[in-house]
Design a binder for this molecule. Structure first.
Ligand code: SF4
Length: 367
């Protein structure tokens, strides 16, 4: 949507980049800003052109999601948005941190984009006593809103939408569908579980996995291969936290619930045949979390593949690796079933032998 001719600098329109925290918090942002009386303009979906635009502004070894984020900000500016929401999400719980790039997003944008616009840049830092409520009040104040009851009402609206969204995803509703339902005040529950020959969990940041250009539509591709896919969105926060503890790790990174938490949860409940780690090239937190999980996967004899992506990753090579992994899982599963069948056959055969001997014994006794 081009809004250049429809807004002035006082208009109640806020731009939200369709990147990074959008993939976690958008249902909250939507309910919150709407209740404050703001309309939201989203940047367009990620394209190669948008990535190239973002890449032009940052040094080459910046991770892909940050290049994508910059591209989305440029996209919003080109649409005429003069207020853009770029929060600094430092820590999401006491000593549970985001990486330096997510923490410093407002600084990155200020230093690489020289076009004029107003950045709405609240800080969330629970380690340093800046609560989520403070974050929400800070956002509203930066927009010139000081009415406490209105802000509290907006926070409530945000949570209602977020909780509905989370309940839907935990029940198995896909990301896009749950998001669409949540912002339209609808709810849905997955009632039929389709049984597939093999299941995997994908450990990945939401902004990598649910951005179809970044993940190259990994989820639908796997589903077309007959794979049941689980993600961090299907696990409740408490289950993810408990699972991290159960495998003897600690939650250090803010996105750890979607990575270590999800992988550990499905590994412990024995629901999966393999783990797929999808991460951006050069990501510090992922290099630690994936390594940690590889160790536990080996311990639990669970196959795991690590797919590293950047803006140059070709879809063909990426798909070949995924297909090879799925093929290996299928063969492993088939072998397991065959082995169990042989065991079953052998035990029923020995039962039959016993029975026929027992049948013979009485006749011998009679003789
Ligand atoms: S967590 Fe990793 S992928 Fe995400 S922004 Fe930070 S460095 Fe980039």
């Amino acid at each position: 949507m081009d809004i250049r001719n429809t807004i002035d600098s006082n208009s109640k329109i806020i731009g939200i980049p369709r990147a990074i925290s959008y993939y976690y918090n958008y249902p909250f942002y939507y309910g919150y800003f709407k209740a404050l009386g703001y309309d939201i303009v989203l940047s367009d979906k990620t394209t190669t052109k948008l990535i190239n635009e973002g890449s032009k502004h940052v040094v080459s070894d910046t991770c892909l999601p940050i290049k994508v984020f910059v591209g989305h900000v440029v996209n919003l500016i080109s649409k005429g948005c003069n207020k853009i929401f770029i929060p600094s999400l430092q820590s999401t719980a006491y000593k549970v941190n985001n990486c330096t790039k997510v923490r410093g997003l407002p600084e990155i944008i200020r230093n690489v984009i020289d076009k004029p616009f107003t950045m709405i840049e609240p800080t969330l830092d629970k380690t340093n006593d800046i609560s989520f409520k403070d974050f929400c009040f800070d956002t509203a104040n930066q927009l010139g809103i000081y009415d406490e009851s209105l802000i509290n009402q907006a926070i409530k609206s945000g949570w209602l939408m977020y909780d509905n969204f989370k309940q839907m995803t935990v029940s198995g509703i896909p990301f896009e569908e749950a998001l669409e339902n949540a912002i339209n005040n609808k709810t849905a529950k997955k009632t039929i579980e389709i049984v597939k020959p093999i299941s995997v969990v994908i450990m990945a940041h939401g902004y990598n996995l649910f951005d179809e250009r970044i993940s190259m539509r990994l989820i639908p591709k796997l589903e077309n291969m007959g794979v049941k896919v689980y993600t961090g969105l299907n696990v409740s926060k408490q289950d993810a936290i408990d699972s991290i503890q159960q495998i003897g790790e600690i939650q250090y990174w803010a996105n750890e619930l979607d990575l270590t938490g999800a992988a550990a949860y499905y590994m412990l409940n024995g629901k999966i045949d393999g783990i797929i780690a999808l991460s951006a090239f050069g990501c510090g937190p992922d290099s630690l979390m994936v390594k940690e999980m590889e160790y536990h996967a080996v311990e639990n004899k669970l196959p795991m593949i690590h797919l590293n992506i950047d803006e140059h990753t070709g879809e063909a090579g990426f798909l070949t690796r995924v297909e090879a992994f799925v093929d290996m899982l299928l063969r492993k599963k088939r072998r397991k079933i065959e082995k169990n069948n042989i065991k079953l056959f052998q035990s029923s055969k020995s039962e039959n032998t016993k029975v026929s001997q027992e049948q013979k014994e009485p006749s011998l006794t009679i003789v």
